[in-house]
Design a protein around this ligand. Structure first.
Ligand SMILES: *Cc1c(COP(=O)(O)O)cnc(C)c1O
Length: 422
C-alpha cells in the first residue's frame, strides 16, 4: 500500500481547505506517521544494546522535521557542510552526528571536526592523510567489491564510487591505529530502496564477519557497525512492506552469535532516510491543462523541480485524483510538468479517473528524496513544504522559492581578470 493509511485518513478531510489556504503545489508531511515509524524501528531493535538510527538528512532536510528526529532520539547522517549546520541547529552534538565523507574537501573536514565534532566515516584510505587531525573514534566505509552482489537500485559494488576496497580495509585500520585512533567503527551501505529484509540481514552478517577478521588481525574491538540506509518502502499498490521486526530479530541473533565467538558485542547503527520519512509525505498539485494528442497529457502546476525521482530514475509514485476513485473506465494518461524536458512526467500511461482543470492530484510517498532533490532548471522554482502536526494544525515549514531567490546569485561584486599571456 503506497502512502501510510493513517496519513491518508488524516489528510483526506482537510486537504481542500489546506490547498485553498496555502495554494498548490506543496509537499505536506505527517508528524504522527513519522513518529510512529520511528517508534516501530526502536521497538524492532529494542534487544540490541546501543542501537541508534542516524536519520539521513539528505532525505528531508527541513529544520522542523529534524527537530522531530532529535526528539525521538535519532542522530543525524550528514555528507555536506549544509547538512552539518542543519543537524547542529537541531541540537545535535559530537557523536549525535555521523559524517559520511565522499570525495571530501578540506573545508568539509574542517566543518565536520569543528563545532563539537562528529563520528567521521572515511570513504577512502587516501583520506587518512588529508584529515587535519585524526579523531579518537574513526569509521571506514567498506565496499566488498565483486564478492557481493548489490541490490538492483544501487548496482554492483565494484562499480560504485563508495567505500574502501576489501584488500585495503585491514591496512586502513592498521594505519589509523598506528596514528593513535583508539575507537573503531565500520560502515557499509549496499542497498537502496530494498524491501527484502534478508538482503540487509546478509549485509549485517557480512559486516560482523569482517570486524571479527579485522579485530583478530589488529587486536582491536569495534565499537559499532553502521549498516547504512536503504530500507525500502512500498511505492506501488501491492508492494510488501519491509519487515523491520525480522531485521531486528535476526540482528539480535547474529550479535549474540558474534558475542559467543568474540567476547563482546558492537553497537548497531543505521542511517535510513526513506524508511523513516518516505511514506509520510505527499506532493499536492493542481491540474491546470489537458492536452489530447497521441496521448492524453494532464498538465499540473508542479514539475520535476518538486520531485525528480520519476524523471531521474523512472521511479513509480502512486497518484490519486483527489475525490475521484479508480474504476475500470480509467484511461491511461501522462501527468506532466512544464519543463522543456520530455522526462518531466510524474507518471506515464497511468490509468486515472477523468481529470478536469482544477482537480487536486495527490502524488504519494514524497517524504524522502522529494523536495530535497529539487533544482531550478528552466527557471522553475521549488515549492513550499507544510507539516501536518500531531496537534492537527498545519504549519508552513518552508516557503516556496521566489524569483528573487532565483536571481539572488546574479547580485555580486563584479570581478574581471586579465589572464597572463601563456
Ligand atoms: C542516501 C544515503 C542514506 C539514506 O538512504 P535511504 O535510501 O534514504 O535510506 C544513508 N546513508 C548514506 C551514506 C547515503 O548516501
Amino acid at each position: 500500500m503506497p502512502m501510510s493509511p493513517g496519513f491518508h485518513s488524516r489528510l483526506r478531510p482537510i486537504l481542500r481547505d489546506v490547498a485553498a489556504n496555502f495554494g498548490t503545489p506543496f509537499h505536506i508531511y505527517d508528524e504522527v506517521g513519522i513518529r510512529e515509524t520511528a517508534q516501530l524501528l526502536k521497538t524492532a531493535f529494542a534487544d540490541v544494546p546501543g542501537f541508534r538510527e542516524y536519520f539521513a538528512v539528505k532525505a528531508l532536510p527541513n529544520p522542523r522535521i529534524l527537530d522531530i528526529m532529535k526528539d525521538v532520539g535519532f542522530g543525524f547522517d550528514c555528507s555536506s557542510v549544509a547538512e552539518l549546520i542543519l543537524s547542529r541547529q537541531a541540537g545535535a552534538r559530537g557523536e549525535d552526528i555521523m559524517f559520511t565523507s565522499n570525495n571530501t574537501t578540506p573545508e568539509e573536514f574542517a566543518a565536520a571536526l569543528g563545532d563539537g565534532g562528529c563520528i567521521l566515516n572515511l570513504d577512502d584510505i587516501s583520506l587518512i592523510a588529508k584529515v587535519p587531525r585524526l579523531p579518537e573514534l574513526l569509521c571506514f566505509r567498506y565496499n566488498p567489491g565483486p564478492a557481493r552482489t548489490g541490490n538492483e537500485i544501487i548496482g554492483a559494488p565494484e562499480k560504485a564510487k563508495f567505500g574502501v576496497a576489501d584488500s585495503q580495509i585491514v591496512p586502513a585500520f592498521r594505519t589509523v591505529k598506528a596514528r593513535g585512533v583508539q575507537r573503531f567503527g565500520l560502515h557499509c551501505m549496499l542497498a537502496s530502496n530494498e524491501r527484502n529484509a534478508d538482503y540487509v540481514i546478509e549485509t549485517v552478517h557480512m559486516m560482523l564477519e569482517l570486524i571479527a577478521r579485522i579485530g583478530q588481525a589488529l587486536s582491536i574491538r569495534f565499537e559499532f557497525i553502521n549498516m547504512g540506509g536503504g530500507l525500502g518502502i512500498p511505492y506501488r499498490p501491492g508492494d510488501s512492506a519491509f519487515d523491520v521486526m525480522k531485521l531486528g530479530r535476526e540482528t539480535t541473533r547474529l550479535l549474540r552469535e558474534f558475542a559467543g565467538h568474540n567476547g563482546y558485542q558492537p553497537k548497531i547503527f543505521m542511517e535510513s532516510g526513506r524508511y523513516i520519512a518516505g511514506p509520510h509525505g505527499a506532493l499536492v498539485t493542481t491540474a491546470i491543462n489537458r492536452k489530447d494528442i497521441y496521448r492524453i497529457h494532464i498538465g499540473v502546476d508542479a514539475c520535476m523541480s518538486a520531485l525528480m525521482r520519476p524523471g531521474m530514475y523512472g521511479a513509480y509514485h502512486h497518484i490519486e485524483v483527489f475525490g475521484k476513485s479508480a474504476s475500470a473506465n480509467d484511461r491511461p494518461v501522462d501527468v506532466v510538468g512544464s519543463l522543456c524536458e520530455n522526462n518531466d512526467k510524474f507518471a506515464e500511461q497511468r490509468p486515472l479517473p477523468a481529470i478536469a482543470d482544477g482537480d487536486l492530484l495527490l502524488i504519494h510517498d514524497t517524504g524522502a528524496h522529494g523536495h530535497s532533490m529539487g533544482f531550478n532548471y528552466n527557471g522553475r522554482l521549488r515549492p513550499k513544504e507544510l507539516l501536518l502536526r500531531a496537534d492537527g494544525q498545519v504549519e508552513l515549514i518552508r516557503r516556496e522559492q521566489t524569483l528573487d531567490d532565483y536571481f539572488a546569485t546574479l547580485t555580486y561584486t563584479p570581478k574581471i581578470m586579465t589572464p597572463a599571456a601563456g
